[in-house]
Design a binder for this molecule. Structure first.
Ligand code: PEP
Ligand code: CO
Length: 442
């Protein structure tokens, strides 16, 4: 294999890249990005790799979640705190019910680029270039809005920095402290999850008991670890956030703690795998219906030649109807390699349907079914599911049907906010977490 460097990907075919009209404008943006301070530091990346290795060994559980696509306009304190809150609430449900510490990774602070199935889309009768995420173009449905604009990369960097700054301030400032019940309330407009209230009461009682014994230090409870992730899609942007770290003698992408490669860009001889293979970061790989056992084992050889624990998270995303036949051959193939990978399940991307009114939606029941099958299939084949990957928001949106609020297709239009795929709302997310915790116990 030829030597790797942060731009060696440019010699390989790159899917899903925009055409920028003006190369000098692009270069000016990238030059500026390369001089910017990194968003995360290598020590955090290394710590996350260690936590993921423990999840692969069955001692922790990975909760990865957030927007399908973050939008610049949603970089608000309410939206950021809402997503952090729902992920923390879910992790309490998972830790308490599943009896395992949870590794929290947001699809946040940089999840601004979207792969698209088609280069154009029809919006209100007009055929336009597809929206590719705020990192690349605008959701505004006209020709100017859909033009790829390199200046958006700088905007994305600053929005990611502002988001991460707020997340860091909240987590360091006691936002997660269970002693402040008001911070743990469900958003007013959403439904009740009765189990949640009981769990919080039980957790608080246990904590009071431990504190009375002198067993826990308060500051341990007040501070939590929270990591960031996004899809490594727009390679010039990712390259500009790639930094040489002398202490480790390695390159890191310091725009996020971990990156994943999507279902549409994981070609063996493609630019995305070439870029990712040279990074020290832990990497996610989406594994959908098109993956064969041969492809997957070759991909693992490429991305993880040294078989490092924590390096690779395989994120299956088949859909409830396909997982039963699609996952087992891949499980067996990976097992035969003896590799210590972490398996996670994305029950969202294989379960998209169109509502009678023409909105993209996903049903709570289908999402649940794929998760149940994933847990069972892993058990049946002597493997274990060590994480979940979910598109969600803290807000009371109506994008996915089902759940205890009984959202129907007719309800979807009430609060359909997503710029891309439908997300579980705060209540649906928390309900799902309790159901996952049950599945974790077997
Ligand atoms: C995503 O996670 O938003 C996504 C596009 O997933 P996939 O690559 O699995 O389709
Ligand atoms: Co999505």
């Amino acid at each position: 294999m030829s030597p790797w460097n942060p731009h060696s990907w440019q010699r390989f075919p790159a899917m899903q890249q925009p055409d920028y009209a003006d190369p000098s404008e692009l270069e000016a943006v990238l030059a500026r990005l390369r001089r910017m301070p990194p968003l995360v530091v290598p020590e955090e990346v290394d710590r996350l790799r260690g936590l993921l290795a423990e999840a692969a060994a069955g001692r922790r559980f990975l909760l990865q979640g957030g927007d399908c696509a973050e939008q610049f306009k949603d970089c608000t304190p309410e939206s950021i705190a809402g997503k952090l809150r729902v992920l923390l609430q879910m992790s309490v449900a998972l830790t308490h019910g599943g009896r395992k510490p949870v590794v929290r990774v947001g699809r946040i602070a940089g999840q601004f680029a979207k792969p698209r199935s088609k280069p154009t889309e029809r919006v209100r009768g007009q055929e336009l270039p597809s929206y590719r995420g705020d990192l690349i173009n605008s959701l505004t449905a006209d020709a100017a809005g859909r033009r790829p604009d390199p200046a958006r990369m700088l905007e994305a960097y600053f929005h990611a920095a502002a988001t991460l700054n707020h997340l860091r301030a909240l987590t360091a400032g006691g936002f997660a402290d269970l002693h402040h019940p008001e911070r743990w309330e469900l958003p007013g407009a959403t439904g009740e999850v009765p189990e949640y209230r009981r769990t919080l009461d039980q957790v608080r009682e246990s904590l009071d008991f431990l504190e009375a014994l002198g067993g826990v230090q308060r500051d341990v409870l007040e501070r939590i670890d929270f990591y960031t992730s996004h899809e490594a899609l727009l390679l010039p942007y990712e390259e500009a956030l790639t930094r040489w770290v002398g202490d480790a003698s390695a390159y890191y992408n310091l725009g996020a703690h971990t990156l994943w490669v999507g279902e549409r860009t994981r070609q063996l001889d493609g630019a995305h795998l070439e870029y990712l293979r040279g990074l020290r970061n832990p990497l996610g790989v989406k594994v959908g219906p098109s993956a064969t056992p041969e492809h997957l084992t070759a991909l693992l050889d490429r991305l993880d030649p040294t078989r490092e624990p924590g390096r690779i998270t395989l994120i299956s995303r088949f859909g409830a109807a396909k997982i039963g036949s699609a996952l087992p051959p891949l499980l067996k193939a990976v097992q035969a390699t003896g590799r210590p990978v972490l398996w996670s399940c994305d029950p969202m991307h294989g379960n998209g349907v169109e509502s009678a009114q023409g909105l993209k939606t996903r049903d709570f029941g289908a999402i649940l079914s794929e998760l149940r099958q994933a847990f069972e299939l892993h058990r049946l084949h002597g493997s274990h599911l060590g994480g979940v990957h979910i598109e969600l928001t803290g807000e009371a949106v109506t994008e996915c049907t089902g759940g205890s609020e009984g959202l129907s297709e007719a309800d979807l239009a009430k609060s359909y906010e997503t710029g891309c795929d439908p997300r579980l709302n705060g209540t649906q997310s928390l309900e799902m977490a309790f159901l996952i915790a049950e599945m974790m116990r077997g």
